[in-house]
Design a protein around this ligand. Structure first.
Ligand SMILES: Cc1cc2nc3c(=O)[nH]c(=O)nc-3n(C[C@H](O)[C@H](O)[C@H](O)COP(=O)(O)OP(=O)(O)OC[C@H]3O[C@@H](n4cnc5c(N)ncnc54)[C@H](O)[C@@H]3O)c2cc1C
Length: 445
């Protein structure tokens, strides 16, 4: 015996990068499924996982403090939390990753759950002005809420996607004057089409929002603080607070040198949530879930999609975790029907499926005029998606039909069904670039 004690290196175990919804639900599933080895959760934010949907609703409204959004732990995790530092590189061959500051973590299996970041205003000079905000995280919401509470004279929101519309709704509830600018003909036009978006446009206007469709923003201007928004046609809109709601970019920068298929549209997986290398082969032991993942969706012919939906983060986080523990032959393909909800202007919006390629729309319950309806999207005679405004009672039945690829429209002559009214859905021509491509609910800012 030499007299010196050799300490066995700690087993690397499972590492999850991204301490948010998909990562947390994945971690819980690992423990529930009996994994009792080392578990490390890396997050660049200094917080334990919290919930984002309330940030653009109750937190902006001042009804909920930003730190009251923490997600509950559904099972004890016994995890090592490495919070406040991002992972900056990954070497899948060596099964190591590096954190900012230099720490190197080994892993046996890895779950990539780094989500997405708000797309910033493209001109850094404009983006840096005081009073210019994006909204993705808890700190963003706290800072935006603080500025709103000061009672700005005029709020301008750039982008009429879900977050832009939710923010407009909150600002009007706070009594603040709001202008909402978007290049498309209607709010949510890229995800829900201009016919359904037109209903929201009417809600915006009734609530007193100065909604300007078909508007391109050229610049955010000011001295130290933002003072005005210059439009592409030269017009000026006065502003002392600007919310940039231009959608999200997947947080994949740290994977740039990893040899994985990753870009701002996501990290590409196979149907089992296994991340693919540049040559298209699954990388052993590396999985992805949540907003960051781009996967082949069986319900829509296996085309690659990534969605920014709470429900997908939960389900895919759990699914990836189960597959991480399963023997290769026992892994299950991820078959998920995308779904999201939103609340704005007192309306509960819920949607299922993907609208990409929709060529028709049928209002099958209620009416657009009453702003209480359920509408189905069709493509080549099949039902591909459905959306409800304050009419979710029937949505599960339609979700089933969408999941089954039923003929369009799927349910006819139900006892309480009015005459079905058909419309062209009204999608703007250049659809589908960027985050959340072609989903009913890619949040599109
Ligand atoms: C304001 C807002 C409102 C929303 N409202 C709704 C809604 O009403 N309905 C709905 O269905 N969906 C909604 N969503 C979408 C939903 O919240 C997301 O789909 C969900 O948060 C995705 O979870 P995730 O864990 O995949 O990613 P995220 O929640 O984005 O979490 C990823 C985490 O990883 C961290 N990270 C990134 N890079 C690194 C790195 N290199 N190293 C370490 N950590 C890293 C991030 O900082 C973040 O903490 C909303 C989103 C936002 C932003």
């Amino acid at each position: 015996m030499s007299g010196t004690m050799s300490v066995a290196p700690e087993p690397a175990g499972i590492v999850i990068v991204g301490a948010s919804l998909a990562g947390l639900r994945g971690a819980e599933t690992l423990r529930q499924a009996g994994y009792d080895g080392p578990l490390t959760i890396v997050g660049d934010e200094p917080y334990l996982p919290y919930d984002r949907p309330p940030l653009s609703k109750h937190v902006l409204a001042g009804e909920l403090a930003p730190d009251a959004t923490q997600l509950p732990n559904l099972v004890p995790l016994d995890a090592r939390w490495r919070l406040g530092r991002p992972a900056i590189t990954l070497d899948p061959g060596a099964r190591t990753l590096t954190l900012a500051g230099g720490a190197v973590l080994g892993f046996d299996r890895l779950l990539v759950a780094t989500g997405a970041r708000a797309r910033p205003w493209p001109d850094p000079a404009g983006a840096r002005l005081a009073g210019v905000h994006t909204l993705r995280g808890r700190d963003d919401a706290a800072s935006l809420r603080a500025d709103l509470a000061r009672g700005p004279g005029h709020v301008v929101i750039v982008g009429a996607g879900l977050i832009g519309c939710e923010a407009a709704s909150c600002c009007r509830d706070l009594g603040l004057p709001v202008t909402l600018l978007d290049p498309n003909p209607a709010p949510l036009a890229r995800s829900l089409g201009a016919v359904v978006g037109g209903v929201l446009a009417a809600c915006l206007r009734d609530a007193g929002v100065d909604f300007r469709p078909g508007t391109q923003v050229a610049a955010l201007e000011g001295d130290e603080a933002v003072r005005r928004v210059r439009l592409a046609d030269g017009a000026i809109v006065a502003a002392d607070l600007v919310i940039v709601a231009l959608g999200a970019m997947r947080a994949t920068g740290w994977l740039a040198q990893s040899g994985l298929r990753a870009d701002v549209g996501g990290v590409t997986c196979d149907g089992f949530c296994r991340v693919l290398a540049a040559d298209g082969a699954p990388v052993p032991a590396v999985y992805a879930a949540g907003d960051v993942a781009r996967w082949p969706i069986p319900l829509y012919g296996g085309r690659l999609v990534s969605v920014e939906h709470w429900g997908n983060a939960v389900e895919q986080g759990r699914h990836a975790a189960r597959n991480m523990l399963a023997a290769p032959g026992d892994q299950r393909p991820y078959a998920h029907l995308p779904a999201f909800w939103s609340s704005q202007f007192g309306i509960n919006v819920k949607a299922v499926g993907l609208t990409e390629g929709a060529d028709s729309l049928a209002v099958v319950q209620g009416s657009l005029a009453a702003r209480r309806f359920l509408a189905v999207y069709g493509r080549a005679g099949r039902s591909i998606a459905a959306v409800s405004f304050d009419e979710a009672r029937w949505l599960p039945a339609y979700a089933e039909r969408v999941a089954a690829g039923a003929p369009f429209p799927p349910i006819r002559q139900a006892t309480d069904q009015p005459a079905i009214v058909r419309h062209p859905p009204g999608f703007p021509k250049a659809r589908g670039s960027g985050a959340g491509t072609g989903t009913t609910g890619g949040r599109h800012g």
